[in-house]
Design a protein around this ligand. Structure first.
Ligand SMILES: *Cc1c(COP(=O)(O)O)cnc(C)c1O
Length: 362
């Protein structure tokens, strides 16, 4: 028998979350963001549930290739564009839309030219200060791209640093910056724009632009710390499940796990769960992190180890070897585990380890 750990991917939840995104998008085109192997869910696994999206957005050429190999014929947006002149051939071959965010990319296009028509999204920096052109660069960039036969600027886009912020100015300032950039006298842009990630799509209806780029919400986790995914009507797509593989009772004063971090205050029945950090469970999860055991919540006790965690079964007296466990999913939101571990749901789902078997439902 294989080790009892299992990740279940619920495609009906993914379809539901896509419908939520489309409802908020009110007719705008939806790019389903599937970078990082669909946020750890498996690109090929999720594609059937994303058939209703208008396009896919991702970063890696090999992921674009995999999407095409799986039969995805609609547009694919390459979020960081091409990295080298050689990439341009693949971009053409796979018929990708490429983000252009820096001068080096414009130079590559000028030097190499394009053999087949290429649609580009020009990225503007509105305060994230990672990728994108600044306001004063835009007129020249549009002029240079406009002079290239076969290159068509299909949209201007930006990515907000604080779309999940409840403070209105955190979004209105970059939005004003964006508006000022695209309306500068020499570059006046009246074409399409693409602005919103999940947080902006759900919480900032004034900054959607013509196409939106939801990622995390499709997978059923929250884009906003402090607001539960369920409050946005999102359903968890990934369920990480396991079983109790051993049970023991320790006396008061006994410790458990590496470093003896947790010490029993009284005689305590403990369950050992077949899941550890080598499966993607966060090693930094503290004592008290909720774990669902056969209908009850049993708190994590002791240091997370590579292949196992230990839980306090006091509130789950019927639990025994073989009892079902959910680490995250329907009973314990992934965001709850993430918050306890000082991170976000994004990181946990992306870190699901390759050794965990995956079952696709729905
Ligand atoms: C990852 C990414 C998104 C999606 O962000 P979420 O917070 O997951 O919705 C959108 N746009 C760009 C440019 C991204 O890199």
């Amino acid at each position: 028998m294989p080790r009892p750990i299992l990740a279940q991917i619920d495609l009906s939840a993914l379809r539901h979350n896509l419908a939520v995104a489309q409802r908020h998008a009110r007719g705008r085109a939806v790019w389903a963001v599937v970078k990082a192997n669909a946020y750890g869910h498996g690109l090929e696994r999720v594609l059937p549930a994303l058939a209703g999206a208008d396009g896919l957005a991702l970063l890696d050429l090999d992921e674009a290739q995999r999407a095409r190999d799986s039969g995805w014929r609609k547009p694919i947006l390459l979020l960081e564009g091409f990295f080298s002149p050689a990439d341009l051939r693949v971009v053409a071959q796979l018929n990708l839309t490429a983000v252009v965010h820096q001068h080096e990319q414009v130079l590559m296009l000028e030097r190499q030219g394009v053999a087949v028509p290429l649609e580009v999204y020009v990225k503007l920096n509105t305060g994230m200060n990672r990728l994108g052109f600044n306001a004063d660069e835009l007129p020249t960039v549009l002029q240079r791209l406009g002079a290239l036969p076969g290159v068509q600027v299909a949209a201007l886009m930006t990515h907000f640093a604080n779309a999940d912020s409840p403070r209105a100015q955190d979004v209105s300032t970059p939005l004003q910056r964006f508006a000022a950039q695209i309306s500068a006298p020499v570059s006046a842009w009246t074409g399409p724009t693409s602005l919103a990630n999940s947080a902006a799509l759900l919480m900032q209806p004034q900054v959607h632009g013509h196409s939106v780029r939801p990622g995390i919400m499709l997978y059923g986790a929250t884009p906003a710390s402090g607001r539960a995914a369920a409050s946005f009507d999102l359903q968890p797509v990934m369920r990480l499940r396991s079983q109790i593989l051993a049970v023991r009772t320790v006396a008061a004063g006994e410790a458990v796990g590496y470093g003896s971090r947790w010490v029993a205050q009284r005689s305590t029945r403990l369950g050992v769960v077949a899941c550890g950090y080598a499966d993607g469970y966060p090693r930094v999860a503290p004592d008290g992190t909720p774990v669902w055991v056969d209908g009850r919540i049993a708190p994590l006790v002791g240091q997370v180890s590579m292949d196992m965690i230990t839980v306090d079964l006091t509130s789950a007296p019927e639990a025994t070897v073989g009892s079902p466990v959910e680490l995250w999913g329907e009973q314990v939101p992934i965001d709850t585990v993430a918050e306890r571990a000082g991170t976000v749901g994004y990181e946990l789902m992306c870190a699901l380890a390759p050794r965990v078997p995956v079952q696709v439902n729905g």
